[in-house]
Design a protein around this ligand. Structure first.
Ligand code: NAP
Length: 546
């Protein structure tokens, strides 16, 4: 095992900064964690951010059509009712640019940017047991020595570009949606190929098709989607938001997924077919993720789920005029919402345009990229631009691309060789004073993100405040508590249909060679919040505090 302390000790090129705490990232999570630690606890703390501005996932994902799938009045910070009154959302779902404006507004309102170091990518973080400090190194060679290290690196921030042979030889331009150029991409008159039909591809395709000469969508796994039905917010609804910040916070805090709507109590299988269809029809017309909340048994019973799946497949066949294309788009191999369910603005309708075609790369997989375009087993598709909407090395990727080493120099990538293991999604045994926000083992991606983020950032801040008050220096998850939590995360997932989507990034199955472990906690945000609170009430049960 490498002598990690020596690594840092030999680095005399740049200065070393000593702090109480360091936050990695300045997206939704990093900004709020910085605020909690600096303004509420009075710590000497900084955030390091790879981007040149705040925003995290929204800073990088500037692809055409990028928009949040949670409704705007639920997709923001709720810790400050005053700030909720000061900000005004313009649309039912906030677009990428509006979210960036919002996060800049929040950062400026609390004067956070002065404590964020931008254009700074963290490459390594090593724990030194003798001094109980984390030594954190950046790409530029700077070193930070801190007692508490909090990763707010996001779940979907490590782009996955499939390793197709020949990509270097491609004569046109190619882009990954998660690393989109700030100046945008002009598709006018171009032959565009887009690989991937997850939430991103489904948002991007209709917008790309508007200007491209031709758009070829390469689909491996067909996907469900429900119309978003985005609209400008009415002045009445904007006023309702301003008048009810506390109610909105309470609503998002009392639901399974941190959304402002409840899952209905009724059962799909106990509802007469005609009534059930009418319920689905109404949910389809209303649009959005709420479709998933139509029946209580939808994510627990395959037969119940089939009723929703068949309804959506029927809609696809109704919308898409070419029967062959409709058949390909509706040939979906997993239960509805077992993969993160997309919502769209005209996705299926896009295939009725004369300048859009669909290629089935399940039947004839992409074999390589040639200088001219994409080559499948059957044909070559000449292209000017390739868009990779191919997703992310989710949840563990952003953590493991840093060289994190805990007690005795043990690398996180070794501790997680068989899949992520932690306690409450907050701490890994053997990595004292290191906290992760919305990583694996927590509701994170199964929850409306800002709700999950606020709970984590507040829990971590409260924990550090408690330690300071008690004169405690070190907190670390106990191995047996971690084992129990990992078992609980697995058990809860196994009671749902979620693990049935064999290629899902929830399982890590989208990345070749990645261990297949269901990563997020599927027990719901309300239960998770209770567990975290109970752990504290029992004196930080499951953690060693010294
Ligand atoms: P994704 O859901 O992982 O989808 C990636 C797509 O690329 C899939 O269709 C996948 O096919 C395809 N793909 C990957 N490798 C391929 C290969 N070698 N050959 C052919 N096809 C390949 O990624 P995403 O769409 O970027 O979405 C990721 C997550 O980001 C979402 O689930 C969501 O949580 C979040 N997101 C949120 C929003 C929002 O709130 N507005 C928008 C976009 C994304 P297979 O299915 O066959 O693997």
């Amino acid at each position: 095992m490498a002598d990690v302390t020596t690594d840092f000790a030999t680095d005399k090129s740049s200065g070393t900064t000593e702090l109480d705490a360091l936050v990695i990232g300045a997206g939704f999570a990093g900004l709020y964690q910085l605020l909690c630690l600096r303004d509420r606890l009075g710590l000497k703390v900084k955030s390091l951010e790879a981007g040149s501005g705040v925003g995290g996932t929204w800073y990088w994902n500037r692809y055409p059509g990028a928009r949040c799938d949670s409704e705007s009045h639920a997709y923001w910070y709720t810790f400050s009712p005053e700030m909720m009154r000061e900000w005004e959302w313009s649309e039912r779902y906030p677009g990428q640019a509006e979210i960036m404006r919002y996060l800049n507004f929040a950062a400026d309102r609390f004067d956070l940017k002065k404590d964020i170091q931008f254009d700074t990518r963290v490459t390594a973080a090593h724990y030194d047991q003798a001094t109980n400090r984390w030594h954190v190194r950046t790409e530029a060679g700077e070193t930070f020595v801190v007692k508490f290290l909090i990763t707010a690196v996001g779940c979907l921030s490590t782009a996955n570009v499939p390793n197709f042979p020949g990509l270097d030889s491609f004569k046109g331009d190619w882009y990954h949606t998660g690393e989109w150029p700030h100046e945008g991409v002009d598709f006018t008159g171009k032959r565009v190929g887009m690989i991937g039909t997850g939430s991103t591809g489904i948002q991007a395709a209709p917008v790309i098709a508007e200007t491209a000469a031709h758009l070829t969508v390469f689909q491996r796994t067909a996907n469900y989607s429900v119309p978003a039905r985005n609209v400008p917010l009415t002045p009445e609804f904007q006023q309702y938001i301003k008048d009810n910040p506390t109610e909105i916070r309470e609503a998002t805090h009392s639901t399974l997924n941190g959304q402002p709507f409840r899952i209905e109590e009724r059962m799909a299988l106990e509802t007469p077919p005609e009534e059930r269809e009418a319920i689905y029809e109404k949910a389809w017309e209303r649009g959005g993720l709420q479709f998933r909340a139509s029946f209580k048994d939808m994510m627990a019973s395959k037969a119940a789920n089939d009723t929703a799946a068949e309804f959506i497949k029927g809609k696809i066949r109704e919308i898409v005029k070419d029967p062959k294309t409709a058949a390909l788009l509706s040939d979906i191999d997993h239960p509805y919402a077992a993969k993160r369910p997309p919502i769209d603005s005209g996705y299926f309708e896009t295939f009725n345009r004369p300048n859009v075609s669909l290629v089935d790369v399940k039947a004839a997989p992409i074999e390589r990229i040639s200088p001219a375009g994409v080559c499948t087993k059957d044909a070559e598709y000449p292209l000017d631009i390739i868009v990779f909407a191919t997703g992310f090395d989710a949840m563990t990727g952003p953590m493991l691309r840093m060289d994190i080493r805990g007690r005795d120099g043990v690398a996180l990538k070794d501790a997680w060789e068989a899949g992520p293991r932690n306690y409450l999604g907050l701490q890994v045994a053997g990595f004292p004073n290191l906290f992760t926000i919305t990583g694996p083992g927590s509701p994170s991606v199964l929850c409306n993100m800002p709700v999950a983020i606020e709970q984590h950032a507040e829990w971590i801040a409260d924990c550090i405040a408690y330690m300071r008050k008690q004169g405690l220096e070190r907190i670390e998850a106990r191995p047996e508590a971690m084992d129990q939590w990992v078992a609980e995360v697995n058990e809860i997932a196994s009671k749902t249909l979620l693990p049935m989507a064999k290629h899902s990034w929830y399982l890590g199955a989208n990345i070749p060679g990645k261990p297949k472990v269901f990563m997020p906690y599927a027990g719901g945000m309300v239960r998770y919040r209770e567990i975290c609170t109970e752990v504290v009430e029992r004196g930080y049960e499951g953690f060693s505090l010294t």
